[in-house]
Ligand binder design. Structure first.
Ligand SMILES: [Zn+2]
Length: 95
């Protein structure tokens, strides 16, 4: 085989091998990739995420969830008051 043709074949082979390496790398990275269940943010291992019930949730969403939990009591009290008010209003309208 003339050397020119051979080197071209080698180059083709090399590019195929490089392509396969890239594929393997992407596949490997995909396994490490996590998508946040709430915001859908896709992140690699570098972003803080927690697995809750088999689903990943990122730190930003967890902070928002915590805030929601922290104010849950107050929220429930407000809802209860609203319900009470509506009931009183209904009663007063019936009379
Ligand atoms: Zn999130």
């Amino acid at each position: 085989m003339p050397p020119e043709k051979r080197s071209r074949r080698d180059a083709t082979l090399e590019s195929i091998v490089e392509g396969k390496k890239m594929e393997a790398y992407v596949e490997h990275k995909a396994k490490e990739m996590r998508a946040c269940w709430i915001c859908g943010d896709v992140a690699y291992k570098c972003k803080a995420m927690k697995s809750i019930g088999g689903r990943w949730i990122c730190i930003d969403c967890l902070r928002q969830l915590k805030e929601a939990f922290d104010t849950l009591e107050q929220w429930e009290a407000e809802l209860e008051m609203e319900k009470e008010m509506r009931k009183k209003l209904d009663e007063s309208l019936r009379i």
